[in-house]
Design a protein around this ligand. Structure first.
Ligand code: HEC
Length: 122
C-alpha cells in the first residue's frame, strides 16, 4: 500500500513536495507534543502530590488557605522547613498538631516537589 502511494508521488513532483512537507510537519508536531508532555509532567508532580497527600483539603484547592494558612507563592525553603518541623512534631504552635497527624506519610522527596510547585504559584 505504501509502495503504491510512493510510486504515485514519484510520478507527480508537486505531490512529492506535499508529502515531504507532511512528514516534516508530522515530525515537528511530535517533537512539540513530546516536549509539552515532559514539561507538564515535571510541573504536575507537585500539584498532584498536593492533592493526593491531602494538603488541598486543609490549605484549599488553590493553596490560598482554608483550615491551614495560604501556601501559594510562599518561599520554597520556608515551606520545606516549616513542613518538616510540623510533620516531625517540632513545631507544635497553634493548630500544628492537627496537620502533623495527617502528613506522617509525606516523604522529604514529596515535600520537595510540593514546595517547588507551591512557590511557583502566584
Ligand atoms: C488536617 C489539616 C491539614 C493538612 C491535611 C495539611 N495541613 Fe499544613 N497546616 C495546617 C494548619 C492548621 C497549619 C497552621 C499550623 C499552625 O497553627 O501553626 C498548617 C501549616 C502548614 C505550613 C506552615 C505554613 C506557615 O505559614 O508557616 C506548611 C508549609 C504546610 N502546612 C504544608 C502542608 C502540606 C505540604 C500539606 C500536605 C502534604 C499539608 N500542609 C497538609 C493544616 C493542614
Amino acid at each position: 500500500m505504501f509502495l503504491g502511494c510512493y510510486s504515485h508521488f514519484v510520478n507527480n513532483k508537486i505531490d512529492v513536495k506535499v508529502f515531504k512537507m507532511k512528514i516534516f510537519t508530522g515530525v515537528a508536531g511530535v517533537a512539540v507534543a513530546a516536549s509539552m508532555i515532559f514539561s507538564q509532567a515535571a510541573v504536575a508532580d507537585g500539584a498532584t502530590l498536593f492533592n493526593a497527600k491531602g494538603c488541598a483539603g486543609c490549605h484549599g484547592k488553590a493553596a490560598m488557605g482554608a483550615v491551614g494558612p495560604r501556601l501559594a507563592g510562599q518561599q520554597e525553603k520556608y515551606l520545606v522547613g516549616q513542613f518538616k518541623l510540623i510533620r516531625d512534631g517540632k513545631r507544635t504552635s497553634g493548630m500544628s498538631g492537627v496537620m502533623a497527624g495527617a502528613v506522617k506519610s509525606v516523604t522529604d522527596a514529596d515535600i520537595a516537589e510540593i514546595a517547588k510547585h507551591l512557590s511557583s504559584m502566584e
